[in-house]
Design a protein. Structure first.
Length: 193
């Protein structure tokens, strides 16, 4: 029968040999070794790196979403302004308009003399609307630019003239430029009969 004595965390046995007694006098394992602590920190660092990468991706998606929303809002507003003006026009000014060109100009003869001619044109990435002799007004926001603005006139007998409008809208922000997001605008508007 063996008598076991436990004293100060050291396990002692009676009748131990020299080597057995030396091994028995080792302290019992309490606490963590340096290797274990390093492993814990490595796992924590990997987790923090993954969480940070995920957070950065979420912020990029948010920025992209806001940029696309801004471009969509501009496309809708520009489309509405041009369509309303074409519908309200009496005729299209062939001499004041430039068709089939990336820097197109659309000039419309309006019912109200003060608003005639109403022009839409592209200058330095912005689209402007000028009614009569009034000051030209930028109708896109400063957050986006138009890469091109093209007008095409389509005429058929016994139908009102139609204008086909093509444009490309892109963000101005250099942070968004790497995403290469653009929105195309394509619409057709007819003069009223």
């Amino acid at each position: 029968m063996r008598n076991l004595l436990k004293k100060k965390g050291v396990l002692l046995t009676q009748n131990s040999s020299y080597y057995g007694a030396r091994n028995a006098l080792r302290p019992s394992a309490k606490g963590s070794t340096l290797i274990e602590i390093l492993i814990y920190f490595i796992i924590l660092a990997i987790f923090l790196l993954a969480a940070t990468t995920f957070a950065i991706q979420i912020m990029d998606v948010n920025d992209t979403s806001q940029s696309l929303g801004e471009m969509e809002a501009n496309r809708e507003f520009i489309s509405e302004k041009i369509t309303d003006a074409i519908y309200a026009a009496d005729s299209i000014s062939s001499t004041g308009s430039t068709f089939d060109n990336d820097n197109g100009i659309l000039a419309l003869h309006m019912t109200q003399g003060a608003d005639s001619p109403t022009k839409f044109y592209l200058s330095e990435g912005n689209i402007y609307m000028q009614e009569g002799t009034g000051t030209a007004v930028q109708i896109n926001t400063n957050d986006v630019k138009l890469d091109y603005l093209r007008f095409n006139q389509v005429s058929y007998s016994k139908t009102p003239d139609q204008i086909i409008i093509d444009a490309q809208i892109s963000p101005i922000s250099t942070e968004m430029a790497h995403l290469q997001n653009t929105i195309l605008m394509h619409l057709t508007a007819s003069l009223r009969q």
